[in-house]
Write a new protein. Structure first.
Length: 103
């Protein structure tokens, strides 16, 4: 993946935040945010993508959460990080989970 770090329009902090976001988002989101010049714009685009998600997207993410298992040789930190990212996806699409459902 090519990560733009053109200093003419990105501050050092913006460039670092852009790299973190680009490495942290799914590949299908990257084309939507690659040319944006501020992190606020990137966040708004990602938020709108998930905020306007249909109920089907919520169900898919819930199923993804239910089927997530710890991989052989995976440490607990990376497993819990994967779970946390799925939970954040659910929150972004408007599906708040109570503690009972999370457990």
């Amino acid at each position: 993946m090519i990560i733009p770090t053109n200093p003419t329009y990105l501050t050092k902090e913006d460039a670092k935040a852009r790299r973190i976001i680009l490495y942290g988002v799914n590949d299908h989101i990257v084309p939507h945010i690659i040319d944006l010049d501020t992190m606020k714009k990137v966040w708004d685009v990602i938020l709108n993508m998930y905020k306007n998600a249909p109920t089907n997207k919520k169900l898919i993410i819930m199923e993804k959460l239910r089927n997530t298992r710890m991989n052989d040789g995976e440490d607990i930190v990376s497993y819990l990080t994967r779970l946390r990212l799925i939970i954040y996806e659910l929150v972004v699409v408007g599906n708040k989970l109570d503690d009972c459902k999370l457990i």
